[in-house]
Design a protein around this ligand. Structure first.
Ligand SMILES: Cc1ncc(COP(=O)(O)O)c(C=O)c1O
Length: 379
């Protein structure tokens, strides 16, 4: 059959079937959630209500293909305050419906069908679907687990060929938590445009700050992606952005045309953005404190377990421990599910040697603590 995804088997996999059975048979402790709104982390409604109040009477549809100026000014100010700052002009910021939409625009901006992009070999699973929409190949580059999941720069460099059009970096990385804290020689040698996803930048753990890659690499065109989905726990309000460092500016006019093709950024969410930055930071601090407390607990409880090898993440809200004594991730995850614990197998995130689990430290703390106990007992 023609059409994208027509070769995929869309029936539920064995893990999903087992999850449904377990749910019907009394439920489980869920350690996989990435959804703050279901984990008791709700952005203060009073701030949203007050900020929305001035929207309704003044609303006129006069879209700017880069997004409203007041919202872009708020993004610009945010990057001015980062460590180190990323210096932007208003024209360097593009507002989109989400980072997922931003990826779609950038894949079309940088590559033609049949070209390829380099992507980490364990990573956020959406990339392969987004690449398929544009007929692109994703060429995996490995991460070095023994070095805290740092990028294997030699392998990254070797993965490029004549049809490579860009490099994808996720920092803090999902699910390993690794942060790129200094410039990467392999990126400079490749000289390709870089798309850096920093949606977890506010969630620092082992590092004091997440440097914007566009500031670390003033030698390369860097497109920085972020949005309100993770930063302000507002995935439902649909707003993301792309920030271009100075070498990426030459792509601006074509990116403007691509963004104008969809005009996906919601006007209400754009109107809210300055207030989210102005009044939302205490809530962000509360969320990061929750995640840090959960990560502290997990490291304390799991690190001494003879079957678990755990690297403290630099940032983000996931843990990706290695489990020894098990041959197969699916058997392990089914074993845990039978004991009432939902985790993700490492293979959901790509191909990596060894057996791994993904645990989300965004989870509501009492459930998280009970889940850790169950994990320890079940192993
Ligand atoms: C690394 C990463 N990037 C982007 C997203 C999605 O962000 P958005 O809701 O802005 O599309 C996620 C969601 O889990 C993610 O893990």
């Amino acid at each position: 059959m023609p059409g994208v995804f027509s070769d995929l088997d869309l029936s539920p996999n064995p893990l999903e079937l087992a999850r449904q059975r377990r749910l019907a048979a009394g439920g489980y402790l869920d350690l996989t959630s990435s959804n703050p709104t279901l984990q008791g982390l709700l952005f203060p409604p009073a701030i949203l209500r007050a900020a929305a109040e001035s929207f309704w009477d003044a609303r006129r549809y006069q879209p700017d293909p880069r997004g409203s100026e007041s919202a872009r000014a708020a993004v610009l100010a945010y990057y001015g305050g980062r460590t180190p700052p990323l210096s932007l002009t208003l024209a360097d910021v593009f507002l989109t419906a989400s980072t997922s939409e931003a990826y779609t625009l950038l894949f079309a901006l940088l590559a033609d069908p049949g070209d390829n992009l380099l992507a980490p070999s364990v990573t956020y699973p959406l990339f392969e679907y987004l690449a398929a929409l544009r007929g692109l190949e994703l060429r995996p580059y490995p991460l070095r687990e023994e070095a805290g999941w740092a990028i294997d720069e030699r392998a990254l460099h070797a993965a490029a060929d004549a049809r490579t059009r860009g490099v994808l970096i996720v920092s803090p990385h999902n699910p390993t938590g690794a942060v790129v804290s200094s410039p990467l020689a392999a990126l400079s040698r490749l000289g390709l445009p870089v798309i850096c996803d920093e949606v977890f930048a506010a969630f620092t753990y082992a590092v004091p700050a997440v440097p914007p890659l566009g500031a670390l690499h003033p030698d390369l065109p860097v497109f920085t992606l972020n949005g309100i989905s993770k930063l302000f726990a507002l995935p439902d309000l649909k707003l993301g952005w792309i920030a271009l460092n100075a070498p990426a500016r030459s792509f601006g006019p074509r990116l403007e045309l691509l963004n104008d093709t969809f005009l996906g950024a919601n006007s209400l969410s754009q109107h809210l953005l300055p207030s989210l930055f102005a009044r939302g930071m205490p809530f962000v601090a509360q969320m990061t404190a929750r995640v840090r407390a959960n990560l502290d607990l997990a490291l304390e409880r799991l690190d001494s377990h003879p079957r678990l090898r755990l690297h403290p993440p630099d940032g983000g809200y996931y843990l990706f421990p290695r489990v020894t004594g098990w041959e197969d991730e699916e058997t392990l995850v089914l074993h845990l599910l039978e004991r009432g614990l939902l985790t993700h197998p490492g293979y959901f995130y790509g191909d990596v040697p060894g057996v791994h689990l993904m645990l989300s430290a965004l989870t509501e703390p009492a459930t998280f603590a009970a889940g850790l106990d169950r994990l320890v007992e079940s192993l």
